[in-house]
Design a protein around this ligand. Structure first.
Ligand code: ADP
Ligand code: MG
Length: 322
């Protein structure tokens, strides 16, 4: 059976680019560009809770890094490198090799080399933890506490597909192979919006990536900034594959669905053209979906301008779905 060191050498050691000291010493070393702050984020993923144990391991490798890169994107940071923690209940070399393939492909594509980590035997479920390091010019990060009344609210990409795919796979919605085929990619292969996030520096006020649902994550911006928001339900960009769903399921997918990894950001109305240019330059579609208001709370308006009586609140690990 392969030792921990064989595994690391085979699957997780890659030549680090430039003047980075990667896997192999007690610590990794990387230079921080002058005038920049280091942005750091970490996520834990547990088999059975954050991904299906039988999910394609290449996609699990991709997603475990993608969700962290999405946090860098939401701060306007560029990736510097990442660490990988693995707690493995048993040694499935084929699974690990495929996992590493998905991980390294995204690491390379996004300029975020794997520079270290830790590997251990687990007595419980397979657990993965990724830490990313990024760089952002000092005081230019897109924080949650910077939204201002009058700002437009924008979202990148489209909403709802990952939630529907998840609910189909989980048996919460009746089996529908055609719909699953159209929505599954959004759940398993999220694309972190790194180029857009960096392009929004100096333009956007506040930003967040949508991991737990638009209503809940926008709620974090509102709470941190001490403001409220009005969203226009009809303007929420709908992913392909949502056609023909009942209205309650659709509302829940658009407003409460997690695993989206799109950026929700606010920007002054005078900067609409500049935001569109940043979107174009990063080849990322963006949609204006509402505005920040001074009064507390989140209000979602229907096409007639009436407030929705109930806003699906997304997922809370300790609370459950609202
Ligand atoms: P230490 O005992 O000092 O923690 P380890 O034997 O755990 O060192 O790790 C040896 C080297 O392999 C270190 O550079 C560490 O960062 C790296 N490493 C261990 N596990 C992983 C992993 N899953 N992915 C990437 N690098 C890893
Ligand atoms: Mg170690």
């Amino acid at each position: 059976m392969a030792s921990e060191f064989d595994l690391i050498a085979r699957h997780f050691t890659r030549t680090a680019p430039g003047d980075i000291l990667g896997v192999g010493d007690d610590c990794a070393l990387f230079p921080v560009p002058p005038g920049m702050q280091v942005a750091v984020s970490k996520d834990l993923l547990i088999a059975g809770r954050h991904f299906y144990p039988d999910a394609d391991p290449v996609s699990v490798g991709h997603k475990s890094l993608a969700v962290n890169l999405s946090d860098l994107a939401a701060m306007g940071a560029q990736p510097l490198g990442c660490l990988l923690g693995l707690a493995l209940p048993s040694m499935d070399e084929a699974w690990l090799a495929a996992y590493a393939r998905g991980f390294h492909a995204l690491a390379q594509a996004s300029g975020c080399p794997l520079i270290g980590g830790d590997t251990t035997r687990s007595l419980h479920d397979l657990t993965l933890s990724v830490t990313v390091f990024g760089a952002v010019p000092a005081h230019a990060a897109l924080r949650r506490d910077a939204a201002c009344p009058g700002d437009d609210i924008w979202i990148s990409g489209e909403l709802g597909a990952a939630d529907i795919a998840y609910r189909l796979l989980d048996g919460q919605l009746p089996a529908d192979a055609a719909r699953l085929a159209r929505t599954r990619r959004a759940l398993e292969w999220p694309q972190p919006r790194l180029a857009l996030g960096q392009g929004l520096r100096g333009l956007a006020h506040a930003a967040i990536d949508i991991s737990d649902g638009l209503a809940q994550d926008l709620g974090h911006i509102l709470a941190a900034s001490g403001v409220g928001a009005e969203l226009r339900y009809a303007d929420l960009p709908r992913a392909a594959g949502l056609e023909g769903l009942d209205e309650a399921t659709l509302q829940r997918a658009l407003l409460g669905g997690g695993d989206v990894y799109e950026l929700c950001f606010t920007a002054p109305a005078q900067r609409r053209d500049a935001v569109m240019q940043a979107a174009h330059a990063s080849q990322t579609p963006v949609t204006r979906i509402g505005r920040i208001v001074a009064a507390d709370g989140l209000c979602v308006l229907d096409a007639q301008g009436q407030a929705l009586p109930h806003i699906p609140g997304g997922f809370d690990h300790f609370g459950g779905v609202a």
